[in-house]
Structure formats: C-alpha cells, structure tokens
Design a protein. Structure first.
Lengths: 195, 195
DNA sequence: CACCCTATCTAAACGCCGTCAAGATGATCT
DNA sequence: AGATCATCTTGACGGCGTTTAGATAGGGTG
C-alpha cells in the first residue's frame, strides 16, 4: 500500500497498475493477490486512508475556525486544498466508489464520516428550529460546490482570477463564499445589511 | 464513432477499449488507427460531440426560460440532467481533457463554448456596472456547483431528499438555487425583501 | 527432533489491451 | 494501364489483471 501511494503521488492514477505496485514493492505480480481480492480492493484500501486523511484535515479546519460565520467556508477551503495537494488520491477516492456503484466512504452515514462532520456543523450553527430536511439540503449543496471546485480549480483558465483574489486560497474562499456555503455567509455576501 | 457512443451508452466508460470499438464496428483492431492517431484522439472526438450536444441542451434551456430570475438555475438543471442522461459520455468529456492537462472543450474561451454561453448570460442579466471580474467569478462558481452536482446527484444517499422535493428535477432546482446561481436568485432565496 | 499448518511468495500461463509494421484491396485520377 | 490514395487486415510486441500450481519459511504440537 505504501508502494501504491508512492506511485499515485509520483506518476498519477493512470500508472497505478497492480503490476507496477508489485514492482515498486519489489515483489512478483501475483503477490498482491494474497492480500487483496483484486485490484479494486487495493484501490478501496488506498481510498480508505485517503478519506481518513481528508477527515482529519477537515476536522482540523473546523477546530481552527474561530468565527462561526466563516466556519463552513473554511472547511470547504480545507477540503479543496486537500484535493489539490493529493489530486491522484482524491480521484481514486471517488472513482473506486463509482466503480462499485456505491457511496464514497467519506459520504456514508457513519457517525464519523466526513459528510456527517459537515452536516452536524451545519446543524449546530443554524437556528435550532431548522429542519433535518434543510440541514441535509445545505450539506449536499455545500458538498457539491466543494467537489466541483476541487475538480476544476486546477484549470488554467482561472489563473487570472486567482491573481486578482490573492492567490489560490483567496480564490477558493471567494468561490465558496460566493456560493454561500450557509445562510449567514450568504446574507453577508449579499449585502450585509439585513437577513 | 457511432460504435464508440454505443459502447459508452450500453457498457460504460470502462468497456470503451479501442478493440471493443473496432469489434462493434465490425472491423479489425488496427483499423481505427487510420482515422485516429491513438485512443486518446478517438476519445477527444467523442468528447467533442458530447460538448456540442451539451451546448445545444443548454442553449435550448436558455431560450426556454421566461423568467430572468430563474434563467441560470434552469441552465444548471439542463446541464445536470444532461450529465445524468449521458453519464459515461459526461465522464469522457472531462477525463480526456484531464489526461491532456488542458481545459475541457466546453470551457474554452471560444466565442461559442458552453462556458461563454453561461458567462454572457450572467453578464446580460446583471447590473450593467458589474465588473468582468465579478462575472467571471459568478460563472466559475456556477459551473463548479453544476459539475459537482452532476457528479454526485446519482448517489443513493440523496434519494429521500429527492422524494421530499418533488423528484429529480425538483431536487436539482433546490440544490442549485440554494447555491444561489446568481445574485438575484440568491437575494430571493435569502428572504426576498430587498437586493 | 519431525510433523503439519499457515502465511507469504514465485513462475508460468491465459486472454485482453494499445500500438505498430507490413502488406492487401479497391477506388480515383492521369 | 499505371500510379496514387484511402482503407482495411494480419500478425506481432509488451503491458495489463487474473488464475493456477507450487515453492519457501516460521510457529506450534507430538
């Protein structure tokens, strides 16, 4: 698995063949089959550690945030930065769930999935009367925004805009807060006057 | 190319090998090399017709929209519905640009790319004083939202929410307008009072 | 100690893949 | 008729995922 991560970081997802992993690990092509049922299961394992790392990154961002009005944006920025720093890993994290036609691990309804981290953050900061329905909608919308941005933020077309917004992080913050990650932020972005 | 599209629709992107295309077309495995430099070029061609079709879909949605305050959301809904109806094609459209480390065709700065369609729609509906910078930011944000939603809307986790929102299209509309595809819509979603 | 069991690995093969080189076929133009 | 060009085939190469059969080494038990 270390070998797999090394290949992923150095040569990208398309170079991640079972045989390449075996070579990198200094072992025969059939050896991985004594540890994983097939290639997909190895990718699952790699994706698993990816989701763990992303979860830690987001939790750290959540705990770092001081102002509740920017909390969600900060988590979003952390999410996208993670995807930028580990693009191949991020790709695997979504791809191997797509192949299984199932949810990505971080979006499951486990108590401590990354998705639930976001949802509970939404719930805690919103008015107490907010419905589960609205919390869910806000969470999904935020996740879509972050995922879309994560997949596209490397497009060179955005470079001029990034310069005008104080670099990568400023750009991410601008897009995410433009999309109004949660009602308070949206009201703020919208004119600041009332709500 | 018809054969390629057929395979894509019926068996998904992972089944789209050059040899399979040749088989489907009733031709030897080497025949495609007389029409395309390599597999990537064939995928490029497939992606090209995909972007054309998506562009037409979005243009139609734009012309169908009557209320300017929902125009952008309607274009977004059309975008996501296209991705849902042609998931394999949609995947190819982004993947083959990723492999070349270039922009997807629909996002280029061509006069009539899908991206520019959206950007000009934004520009025309916004206050005349709006800066290019703000138009660009709004376009990017909207595109991120639509792309993220397109990639995730098939997740089964969202099924309960979809039922509560009147089916697939209601769900898409809710998420996209929650994300405030443009200032007016955002003000509206936010409380309707002023702007 | 010998014995067996388990974990781990290797070697060799299968069929599929992308790709290329060489040559065939048939239409078009001169 | 002969040259030219587009189109296709055959056959091969190495890489891939995967399977089968067998090798090697360590630990526990008699």
């Amino acid at each position: 698995m270390d070998a797999a991560r090394r290949i992923l970081e150095n040569e990208g997802p398309s170079a991640l063949s079972l045989r390449a992993v075996a070579r990198e690990a200094g072992v025969s092509p059939a050896a991985p089959y004594h540890h994983f049922k097939d290639k997909g299961e190895l990718l699952d394992a790699v994706a698993h550690v990816g989701w763990e790392a992303l979860g830690e990154t987001m939790t750290a961002a959540k705990e770092r945030a001081t102002d509740v009005s920017t909390l969600m944006t900060e988590i979003g920025v952390a999410y996208v930065l993670f995807a930028q720093q580990h693009p191949a890993l991020y790709r695997v994290m979504y791809d191997c769930s797509r192949d299984k036609d199932s949810l990505p691990e971080g979006m499951e309804n486990n108590e401590d999935s990354a998705y639930c981290l976001v949802r509970e953050s939404f719930r805690r900061m919103a008015a107490p009367a907010i419905s589960d329905h609205d919390v869910e909608l806000a969470t999904i919308a935020a996740w879509c925004a972050a995922h879309g941005l994560a997949e596209m933020s490397s497009f060179r077309q955005f470079d001029p805009l990034k310069e005008g917004l104080g670099g990568e992080e400023g750009f991410l913050r601008a897009v995410l807060s433009h999309l109004g990650m949660f009602p308070a932020a949206r009201a703020k972005a919208n004119g600041d006057g009332d709500g």
